[in-house]
Design a protein around this ligand. Structure first.
Ligand code: ATP
Length: 253
């Protein structure tokens, strides 16, 4: 059986290197010459208001669309020329829910595991492990439909981790979650960074979710306005906090 063991490979270069990425819908430029580099183990928040281009960027990173111009390398692999190995290196939690609600939790996960070439035994072990860590072992055989929104998100996160990617991307993952589920999800992701040295790209329009980031990238109207550690952005703009810094950076453009 062809098995993917672990995508935490020894590549020590950036997990993501996107350069000059352009994507238009008709006359509207959703992304305009975007450059992003993410290093192993970095927690990066892509912060942008509605319509900034966050989802469009995720659609390009996951190979759903191809950019009109520019290049995207994941773990050093060009996604345009080698999409299968490039995509094997990322775990994805989309903004819109993507579980099959009529399947059990475990069947949803098993399907993903088989897409990634895991054999049944390995899949079972990893499903047990990820659900255990996310405190969902008791929901194993339940239909996804019977879970709360927060629990479904955690299943989607468990699924994204099954093939052991070194890079996790999450598009507005807290949409629709209550404050405590939102906090729990963010702290779990910070734990992944600490314990597994994963790199994470987390898109949001909520400034408080960016406060613990290693780096914040501010995307507005398809362009990166600035990027840096949260405290640096606050200092640069002479603001009192990250929220005011974000408002100040985006209102000038
Ligand atoms: P939100 O926070 O509201 O999800 P976003 O930052 O994810 O926004 P995108 O959804 O990427 O932003 O949209 C960027 C721009 O591209 C917007 O102007 C949007 O209207 C446009 N756009 C996105 N998808 C399409 C599409 N399929 N067809 C036409 N225009 C689109």
């Amino acid at each position: 059986m062809n098995e993917v063991n672990n995508n935490n490979n020894s590549n020590s270069g950036p997990v993501l290197n996107a350069t000059g990425v352009v994507k238009s819908y008709g006359a509207r430029k959703a992304l305009d010459a975007v450059d992003i580099t993410i290093q192993p183990g970095e927690f990066v928040v892509l912060l942008g208001p509605n319509g900034a281009g966050k989802t469009t960027l995720f659609q390009l990173l996951t190979g759903l669309f191809t950019p009109d111009a520019g290049e995207i390398h994941i773990g050093g692999i060009d996604i345009r020329n080698n999409p299968v190995p490039a995509l094997a290196g990322i775990g994805v939690v989309f903004q819109q829910p993507t579980l099959d609600l009529d399947l059990s939790v475990t069947d949803n996960l098993r399907f993903h595991a088989s897409l990634h070439g895991l054999n049944r035994t390995e899949a079972r072990l990893r499903i047990d492990e990820e659900l255990g860590k996310l405190k969902l072992t008791d929901r194993f055989n339940d239909r996804a439909r019977t879970l709360s929104g927060g629990q479904r998100r955690r299943i989607e996160l468990a699924r994204a981790l099954l093939h052991r990617p070194q890079f996790l991307i999450m598009d507005e993952p807290t949409v629709g979650l209550d404050p405590s589920s939102r906090r729990d999800l963010l702290s779990y992701v910070l734990q992944l960074k600490q314990e597994r040295q994963m790199a994470i790209l987390w898109a949001s329009h909520l400034v408080d979710e960016a406060e613990q980031a290693d780096r914040v990238i501010i995307l507005h109207k398809g362009q990166i306005l600035t990027a840096g550690e949260p405290e640096k952005l606050v200092q640069q703009t002479g603001s009192n906090n990250l929220h005011d810094a974000f408002v100040s950076i985006t209102k000038e453009n």
